[in-house]
Ligand binder design. Structure first.
Ligand code: UTP
Length: 234
């Protein structure tokens, strides 16, 4: 069985607690996990953003604000684990070692954040290396990597494929404050560059996009790898 790591953006899974989408993702993740060993790293979403905003307004330093963000990602991860029931390993992995160990159960392993100064994308990128993933998916709210932020610039165009080096030049110019919102954080981009594991950036706001990509090889997004080949179906 091949291994797949998904960085599941909090902005698509839990944009806010009142409009969370956990119910929509559960059956899809269960279906995917029948065909591959699945690791899911969950982001903080709207709640993390709100907490970090309050933290900043209180004059609390960035590192502590990051710690607050991490706690929220782990809360979201706990909610997802409980919703997946018996198909998920029952504890949020708090280190990559733990995640690897939990993976021996064959169940879906869920992580949140681990350390300040990065986002859950970086957690997922390193996890992909640790568990020798066949592919690393960044499921986010845009359908790939664009020349500029497509939500702000209507002239932005999407890359179908891109080398890891090019990705580094694109994300290199962006900031990394607590709660910062880029297509992928710089730490994750560096890890992708050294790991040679293909990264797929796709629109994960429709859960079926994940199963179509992983199980059928059908997706719209950006492939980041030296070869540019479609790594699916796994
Ligand atoms: P996210 O990974 O959710 O960041 O972590 P994000 O860029 O806001 O992603 P989306 O919008 O959910 O897709 C939330 C915050 O938690 C802290 C950071 O402050 C981050 O912005 N965090 C998370 C860490 O400091 N370290 C981690 O390992 C993970």
């Amino acid at each position: 069985m091949k291994t797949v790591v998904i960085s599941l953006g909090g902005s698509i899974l839990i944009p806010g607690l009142e409009n969370h989408r956990i119910r929509d993702y559960v059956p899809v993740l269960k279906k995917i996990a029948k065909k591959c060993q699945l690791y899911v790293v969950v982001g903080g979403g709207g709640e993390a953003r709100r907490y970090i905003e309050v933290s900043r307004k209180m004059g609390i330093d960035e590192g502590t604000s990051d710690e607050i963000g991490i706690l929220i990602t782990r809360l979201n991860a706990t909610l997802l684990i409980a919703s997946l029931g018996n198909d998920a390993y029952p504890k949020v992995a708090e280190t990559h070692n733990e995640a690897k160990k939990f993976g021996e159960s064959g169940k879906i392993v869920i992580m949140g954040g681990i350390t300040p100064g990065q986002t859950t994308d970086a957690v997922a990128a390193v996890l992909s290396e640790r568990v020798n993933a066949a592919v690393f998916i960044n499921a986010t709210s845009v359908d790939g990597i664009y020349t500029a932020d497509p939500k702000k610039d209507p002239k932005a165009t999407r890359f179908d494929t891109m080398t890891p080096r090019k990705l580094l030049t694109i994300v290199g110019g962006t900031g990394l404050g607590a709660g910062s919102n880029n297509v992928l954080d710089i730490v994750a981009a560096r890890v992708v560059e050294r790991s040679n594991i293909p990264l797929i950036v796709l629109d994960g706001s429709k859960p079926a996009n994940l199963s179509d990509a992983i199980l059928k090889g059908m997706f719209r997004g950006t492939i980041v790898s030296k070869s540019g080949k479609n790594p699916f179906p796994v």
